[in-house]
Write a protein that binds this ligand. Structure first.
Ligand SMILES: [Zn+2]
Length: 253
């Protein structure tokens, strides 16, 4: 039983306990090229949040990891079989209810640990921050914690070298053998502004990728995944500890 994982702890332990920081991992259920499981984002977020919390806990951080929300925003994949979409407005409703509990019970720091690129928490955090002024709500998206191209060679953002390497490290039993991997070749918009990234429109996923992957997985190894995982969780663990210890009345310099 890990005392910083809510799903594993119990009332005996929590009856007289208090925490400083709640961490909410948030993933998605979606196809990841041919070879990775639908729960890839959940598995990654689960493991990373738990390991980061362990590192913070061992340095004295009072952190509790809530169960991972397994569905994310998949509005661009509506025709991909059993990609389960949660609309942003539904996410706001879920977050609102969770924050309400934390606020009432004076657990006033929440970190949303995002594991899925389609989830966009900024507008939700803004709106909830206004509604719950005593809460300090933040979020992070793990591929942005470090420069991923210091670890991986191939460009990509879905079922790519990074995700395949991570899954080879975390759950090799759920990764199909290499001969089944798709190329992860992705088309980009003809309109320049979108491909340059300064304008945005939703990509219709089934039209940009044949195998649902974007980014070649072929150079993936479990060693790369291991190194990336360790470095991210170390940095995230320090961040969680800092959030636990921060003086909310004195945040700026
Ligand atoms: Zn993913």
């Amino acid at each position: 039983m890990r005392p910083y994982i809510l799903a594993e702890t119990n009332w005996e332990a929590l009856k007289n306990e208090t925490f400083d920081l709640a961490v909410l991992p948030w993933g998605a259920t979606e196809a990841h090229n041919y070879h990775l499981p639908y729960a890839t984002d959940n598995i990654q977020a689960d493991h990373m949040a738990a390991e980061s919390a362990r590192l913070a806990w061992e340095k004295g951080g009072k952190v509790i990891v809530l169960p991972t929300i397994p569905f994310g925003v998949n509005t661009g994949q509506s025709d991909i079989y059993l990609d389960i979409n949660l609309n942003p407005s539904t996410q706001l409703a879920i977050l609102n209810d969770i924050v309400e509990v934390l606020d009432r019970q004076k657990l006033s720091r929440l970190l949303i640990f995002n594991g899925h690129g389609g989830n966009n928490f900024k507008p939700l955090v803004r709106e909830l921050g206004l509604k719950f002024p005593k809460m300090f709500i933040s979020y992070c998206f793990f591929p942005q914690v470090l420069d991923k191209y210091a670890y991986f060679e191939e460009k990509g953002d879905h079922a790519d070298e990074m995700e395949t390497s991570l899954m080879l490290h975390l759950r090799p039993d759920l990764v199909l053998p290499k001969e089944k991997w798709g190329r992860g070749a992705a088309k980009s918009f003809k309109i320049k502004a979108f491909s340059e990234g300064w304008a945005w429109a939703e990509r219709e996923w089934s039209k940009i990728s044949e195998d649902t992957g974007t980014g070649s997985p072929y150079k993936s190894t479990k060693e790369k995944g291991h190194r990336f995982f360790e470095d991210i969780t170390k940095k995230m663990g320090d961040f969680m500890l800092e959030l636990c210890e921060a003086d909310l009345d004195d945040l700026y310099e």
